[in-house]
Design a protein around this ligand. Structure first.
Ligand SMILES: Cc1cc2nc3c(=O)[nH]c(=O)nc-3n(C[C@H](O)[C@H](O)[C@H](O)COP(=O)(O)OP(=O)(O)OC[C@H]3O[C@@H](n4cnc5c(N)ncnc54)[C@H](O)[C@@H]3O)c2cc1C
Length: 424
């Protein structure tokens, strides 16, 4: 039995293959196709959605890890690295740091693999610099016929965020930047301050955590706190050590007594003290979860980020408040045809439901509100989109379908999620 990180997705693949080389990957796909079986690549199982769920063959890419090449771009202001698809984001960020390099936008979670992060368009929170998928300048995969393909430029915007529908990503060439320490500050802020677009314009890298019924948000941004001497090399988690312990405890109490959630959350949101730290972005932003949870994240047009939250927060405060805050982030328009931020500057709204609490009502209300604000779901989180929604929300979805017909004509990579989202 395979289970994802949150425990919300389970399946019994007919087999799990862990090939050690490209020929091995191609062989797994060809054999499965000959047997009429389907194949789903699987990374670290950190997706909340059912994209990796299959009763066919699970192709575990974890043996495919590491950086296989580094080259300076013209002028030396950036570089590119060739990274294998099974490399975790954490391994990648550490390996880059050892070479004096960094991802343009650090990710605060290390477990997802590059293949998994690309498949769903995993993102951080910077208003002008895009996700890992946006940094892809070349990509190699094994397609549905078991052929190794260097994805041509014409197909790259389809392949950079492909839900695992075009093939198994072997490696990708990414744009990276010279490493430079950043100072991250976390502090309490009035909710009205983080719901003011000026807050996001003032910080290129920022995010906020908001409890639906608390007037206090926990904000994190790149830049030193006034007059504070930043601590060196420690993580500045969104809730802080005390806040995290309180969060964990509050979640247990709220599961038993949900009506206490609003008052407990108000207390928790006021516990986090102001702190700053300086160091490598992925280290100072590292934010390991205090508890396991289910998540729905939606991408709305940037200009609708604040109106969507002004709509959502009271709707969640009305009997659906959980012990975990709503997370607010931003990102620029992306080129990936199926990336949730395709073609528009974006605001991200993530709602989390602690394990043990029925996620259904919160997921349904969140989807209803954010759909009304033009929302597109993060493919790695829980949502209710189907093929009709995809066709309506993604102007290049038909073009993606044509590329899919070329890379996987016999739908070797299909599963119930892809059938629902992309049709067969
Ligand atoms: C605690 C936690 C924190 C998170 N934080 C963030 C965050 O800050 N930002 C964000 O955007 N997301 C975040 N996520 C979501 C996560 O990044 C995505 O769900 C990501 O897809 C997980 O990668 P994975 O390797 O675990 O992939 P899986 O969950 O194993 O697979 C996800 C998809 O990728 C496909 N896939 C996997 N490997 C390959 C490959 N080699 N080739 C082709 N397709 C492949 C699978 O078929 C599936 O469709 C978080 C998740 C968790 C659990």
């Amino acid at each position: 039995m395979w289970t994802n990180w949150s425990g919300g997705q389970r399946c019994r693949p007919v087999a799990t293959a862990r090939p050690l080389d490209e020929a091995g990957v191609a062989g797994v796909i060809r054999r499965a196709a000959q047997r009429g079986q389907t194949v789903r690549p699987v990374g670290a199982g950190h997706g909340f959605s059912d994209l990796a769920v299959t009763d066919g063959v699970h192709l575990d890419c974890s043996a495919f890890s590491g950086i296989t090449g580094v080259s300076a771009t013209a002028g030396g202001s950036a570089a590119t690295v060739r990274v294998r698809g099974g490399t975790t984001v954490g391994e990648l960020q550490e390996a880059l740091a050892e070479r004096g390099l960094a991802l343009p936008v650090p990710l605060d979670v290390g477990a997802p693999t590059l293949g998994g992060a690309l498949a769903v368009g995993a993102h951080g929170s910077a208003s002008t610099v895009g996700s890992i998928a946006e940094q892809v300048i070349a990509l190699r995969l094994v397609d549905g016929r078991g052929e190794v393909r260097d994805v041509p430029r014409a197909d790259l915007d389809a392949a950079r965020t492909a839900l695992g529908a075009l093939g198994v990503v072997l490696d990708a060439e990414l744009l990276v930047v010279p490493a430079a320490p950043i100072t991250v500050t976390r502090a309490q802020r009035p909710v009205d301050e983080v719901l003011d677009p000026a807050f996001w314009e003032a910080h290129d890298l920022a995010e906020a955590a908001l409890f639906p019924s608390s007037g206090t948000a926990l904000a994190r941004w790149a830049g030193a706190a006034e007059g504070e001497e930043p601590e060196r090399g420690v993580g500045v988690t969104s809730a802080g050590a005390t806040g995290r312990t309180a969060l964990g405890g509050a979640v247990v109490v709220e599961r038993a007594l949900p009506r206490l959630a609003p008052s407990l959350n108000r207390v928790v949101s006021r516990l986090a003290r102001t702190v700053s730290a300086t160091g490598a972005g992925h280290r100072v932003l590292s934010d390991p979860p205090a508890v396991r949870y289910e998540q729905a994240e939606w991408a709305v047009p940037r200009e609708l980020l604040v109106p969507s939250l002004r709509d959502l927060l009271p709707r969640l405060a009305d009997g659906l408040e959980t012990g975990l805050p709503v997370r607010m982030r931003v990102g620029p328009a992306e080129r990936g045809w199926l990336h949730p931020a395709y073609g528009r500057d974006t605001g991200w709204v993530a709602v989390r439901i602690p394990r043990g609490t029925d996620p259904g009502p919160v997921l349904a209300r969140t989807a209803a509100v954010l759909r009304a604000h033009g929302g597109r779901p993060h493919w790695g989180t829980r949502h209710d989109f189907d093929a009709v929604d995809v066709a309506a929300a993604y102007p290049r979805s038909a073009d993606f379908g044509r590329v899919r017909d070329d890379y996987d004509p016999d739908r070797v990579f299909t599963n119930p999620a892809l059938s629902r989202l992309l049709g067969d």
